[in-house]
Structures are given as structure tokens and as C-alpha cells.
Write a protein that binds this ligand. Structure first.
Ligand code: ADP
Length: 465
């Protein structure tokens, strides 16, 4: 007999005894019926409760366990990563290395700077696509300066419960501070660093506020024992909250683009350092145009696997070809640009280089503008022109409209909208402001087509102008 049935029998007996007792006391029928209703409701209620109780209990236990697990995980997973990467292991990106070596020198010789009351920069933001060595260089800073390296991905801070992400940030910085000088590296910071108020995400806003507080916490300290250098990486700097980029936070921004042909050659040399080879490295460097550094390393690894599979110990042209095919058509498919696509990108970037007169790389998305404390209408229009120049150049030279870097078009429209709505510098509609810039650019590029084409040829050859 199951427990519910037993329960029914006991209840019926209790009711029957109650009935006999009430009869003996001569109470009225109405009073008796009301009493019966109350007692039955209590019994039915108890029965339902007993049935649900087990499920509720299980649910509660699970919830408690999960919360406990989350808490446990948080306090135990903050450990420094082992890093034995040196600056020499990183091919290319020489300008970035120079900047970061300054920081390393500070960490190694603090007195040199502290006696002049110069404090360690608080934050360095590495901006660039995946696989270009952002994590690698941050690790190299930590190992060259013999500092512990605390790695966290921005996504790890995104929690369901409000306050959890903030707690994680606090714990990370507290642990780093206890082991200072230390490097905190936050990968994909855009996961928490998006502008506050966008999408009304309380948890993310709280986490970002905590990060800002933690970074500010060290501003007043001039002692190396308390110094923490926060390095963050992102590919979407335009999404970051302005507060993060302000002085004293991530005020150093270093842009890392896809490797150019010389860098790719160095990456190839690096990746084959310890094995015998028999293939043309220059040709491979040319063929991997548009690859990230990680992509080039992955390609060499595929070739090495093919060599091992064939029981050979010399990395041959055949292994490379096999790897290329696998990467082009196989499971690990990677976009390899054809000649026409390369021409389009080169035309786009050459037009940009011509208009902005800046150093431009073949695959580098985004023109860098120096921060101006007082914006002028002229400089904002210049930015719009720079952002649209590629698309206009392609239209004029190739007689076709391609969307090469969509984000640049979006940014141009955003600035035009800001000119009208935010800065109130023009009564023209954003579209009219954009059209005006387009008209001027069209004239400029049409008149200087020859020069743009020269730049394009150079870009195709050296990948940089
Ligand atoms: P990111 O953080 O920019 O996504 P990583 O630093 O994680 O890129 O790089 C991933 C892998 O790509 C590295 O482990 C390394 O093998 C290779 N790699 C990236 N950049 C370089 C470089 N400049 N020189 C040599 N190898 C590189």
C-alpha cells in the first residue's frame, strides 16, 4: 500500500471519530458541515503538499548545490597561468613590442620611474582580430617582467545573477593585488565593457562598474607592490563604454592588424625552427595573404601532421600543398582570397591611404584617429571622408559597389548622425551630410585615379603603404 492511500484511511478514521464525538455533543448540522469542510480542505491540502514535496525538495537541493558549486568555482579558479613566452617567440608586430617593452622596463626597474613620480600605466587595450597574438604578447610581458599572469575571458564575468560578475571581478583583482606586481589579462573585454545602458543589462552594468572601480583603486598608489597592469583585448573597440577608455584606465590603445607578408614569413620561419624543410617560404607567405598569425601557424601544423602521417622527417612542398587543400576545402576551412577579392581590398585600402595620407595595411580594418579634445565640424567630416573613401574608390576604379568593411560605413553614418543630433553642428540630415562627403570624395578620387592605382600596386606587393 502506498503512503497516500494510508494517509486517506487514517484521515477517514479521524473524521469518523470526530463525527461520533460531535453527535454525542448535539451540535447543529450547519456547524458540523462547516467543520467538515475545513477539516477536508486541510487533509486534501496536506495530501497535495506531500505529493509535491519530493519534487520541491529535489529542486531546492539542486539549486543550493549549483549555487555552492558556482561559489566554490569562483574562489578556486583564480590562479596565475604559467607563461614562458618571450618577446622573441612573437614574430612581427615590432611597434607593439616596443611599446610594451617600456612597460616591462617599468616593472623590472621601478625605481627608475618612481623616483620621478611616474607611475605604471593602469591599462593597455590591445585591439585586433582573433589570432594575431594579443594573448601571446600579454603573456610575454608577464614572463619578461617575472609577474604572475591572471587570465580571464570577459565572457566568464557574464553571470545570470546580478552582482555575481562584479564579485568575480573583485576577486580577480584582490588575488592579483595580493600577488602584485601582477598582470591581469581580460580577453574579449567587450563582453562586459559594452556601453552601459545599452540593452538595459543590470548584471553587465554592475560588472563593468566594478571593473572601473577596481582599476581606479590603484590610481593613488605609487608603489610597485600595489601595481597591477590590466591588459585587455577586443576586436570591437567601438562598442566599449567611453569610461573604459578614459585617462587612467585603458588609455593606451595598441592596434594589431593581420600580419603582412614580412610578418607571415617570420611566423613561418618560427614555426619550422626545429625541423628540416624543403619548400619555398616566400611563396607560402604570399599564399597565406589574409591569414591571421594563428592561421599561418595552423597551416604549418597541418603540414607537419601530413609529414608525420607519411613517416617523413623533412617538411616538403607536398605536405604544404596537402595542408593548403585541407584548409581551403576541408573541415578546417579558411577563407582564402582569390585574385579579384584581393584587387577589391587593395583598391579600397589604396583609396583610403590616398585620402587620409596615413599608413595603411592591406588587411587592416579601421583608420586610426588621434583623440581630439575639442571636436570641430571639419575634423568630423574628415573622419567621414576617411571612412567612406575606400567604398568610393572601389566604385570609381572597379565600376562596381562592394561592401568591404561594413563597420566603416556604419561608423560614417554614426558620425553624421552625431553631427546633427549630438553636437548640433549642422541642420542637414545625416544622409545629406554623407552625400556631401561622397560628392567631394568622388571628385578627388576621379582626378587622382593614377596615384590611387600606384598605391594599389604597392599595397598588393608589400601589403602596406
Ligand atoms: P589572440 O589573442 O590575438 O586571439 P593568440 O595570442 O591567442 O591570439 O594567438 C594564438 C596562437 O597564434 C598563438 O598561440 C601562436 O601559436 C599563434 N600566433 C599568434 N600571433 C603570433 C605571432 N605574432 N608570432 C607567432 N605566433 C603567433
Amino acid at each position: 500500500m502506498n503512503s497516500s492511500k494510508k494517509y486517506m484511511i487514517y484521515s477517514s478514521v479521524v473524521l469518523f471519530v470526530l463525527f461520533l464525538y460531535l453527535l454525542s455533543r448535539h451540535i447543529s448540522l450547519t456547524t458540523f458541515l462547516i467543520g467538515l469542510l475545513v477539516v477536508s480542505t486541510i487533509i486534501i491540502g496536506l495530501l497535495v503538499y506531500r505529493q509535491n514535496n519530493n519534487t520541491t525538495k529535489k529542486y531546492m537541493t539542486n539549486l543550493i548545490n549549483q549555487t555552492a558549486d558556482t561559489l566554490k568555482e569562483k574562489t578556486t579558479d583564480i590562479k596565475p597561468l604559467k607563461t614562458d613566452i618571450s618577446f622573441d617567440d612573437i614574430a612581427g608586430i615590432d611597434d607593439i613590442k616596443v611599446e610594451l617593452l617600456e612597460v616591462v622596463d617599468f616593472l623590472n626597474n621601478p625605481q627608475k620611474y618612481l623616483k620621478h613620480k611616474i607611475s605604471l600605466p593602469k591599462g593597455v587595450l590591445l585591439v585586433g582580430p582573433p589570432g594575431v597574438g594579443k594573448t601571446m604578447i600579454a603573456k610575454a610581458v608577464a614572463s619578461t617582467a617575472s609577474c604572475p599572469f591572471y587570465y580571464q575571458s570577459g565572457a566568464n564575468f557574464v553571470q545570470i545573477y546580478v552582482g555575481m560578475g562584479a564579485k568575480r571581478v573583485r576577486e580577480l583583482f584582490e588575488t592579483a593585488r595580493a600577488n602584485a606586481p601582477a598582470i591581469v589579462f581580460i580577453d574579449e573585454i567587450d563582453a562586459i565593457g559594452k556601453s552601459r545602458g545599452v540593452g538595459n543589462n543590470d548584471e553587465r552594468d554592475a560588472t563593468l562598474n566594478e571593473l572601473l572601480t577596481q582599476m581606479d583603486g590603484f590610481l593613488t598608489t605609487n608603489k610597485l607592490e600595489n601595481s597591477i597592469l590590466t591588459i585587455a583585448a577586443t576586436n570591437k573597440v567601438e562598442l566599449l563604454d567611453d569610461a573604459l577608455l578614459r585617462s587612467g584606465r585603458f588609455d593606451r590603445q595598441l592596434h594589431i592588424g593581420l600580419p603582412n607578408i614580412t610578418d607571415r614569413q617570420k611566423i613561418i620561419e618560427q614555426a619550422i625552427k626545429n625541423i628540416k624543410t624543403k619548400f619555398d617560404k616566400t611563396v607560402l607567405a604570399e599564399q597565406t595573404s589574409g591569414f591571421s598569425s594563428a592561421g599561418v601557424v595552423a597551416m604549418i601544423n597541418e603540414a607537419k601532421i601530413d609529414m608525420i602521417k607519411n613517416n617523413k622527417n623533412i617538411l616538403s612542398q607536398k605536405n604544404i600543398e596537402q595542408a593548403t587543400t585541407k584548409i581551403r576545402f576541408g573541415k578546417k576551412q579558411k577563407k582564402v582570397l582569390n585574385e579579384q577579392q584581393k584587387q577589391t581590398i587593395a583598391t579600397y585600402q589604396a583609396s583610403k591611404a590616398f585620402v587620409t595620407k596615413k599608413n595603411i595595411k592591406l588587411y587592416d580594418e579601421g583608420v586610426l584617429f588621434e583623440f581630439e579634445p575639442y571636436v570641430s565640424l571639419g575634423s568630423l567630416k574628415e573622419q567621414i571622408a576617411a571612412l567612406l573613401s575606400g567604398a568610393i574608390g572601389v566604385k570609381i576604379i572597379l565600376d562596381e559597389e562592394f561592401v568591404v568593411f561594413q563597420s566603416e560605413i556604419d561608423q560614417a553614418y554614426k558620425i553624421a548622425t552625431d553631427i546633427k543630433n549630438k553636437y548640433k553642428l549642422s541642420t542637414l540630415q545625416p544622409q545629406e551630410i554623407v552625400d556631401e562627403c561622397k560628392k567631394k570624395l568622388t571628385e578627388l578620387i576621379k582626378q587622382n585615379k593614377k596615384d590611387v592605382l600606384k598605391l594599389r600596386d604597392k599595397l598588393l606587393k608589400t601589403e602596406e603603404v
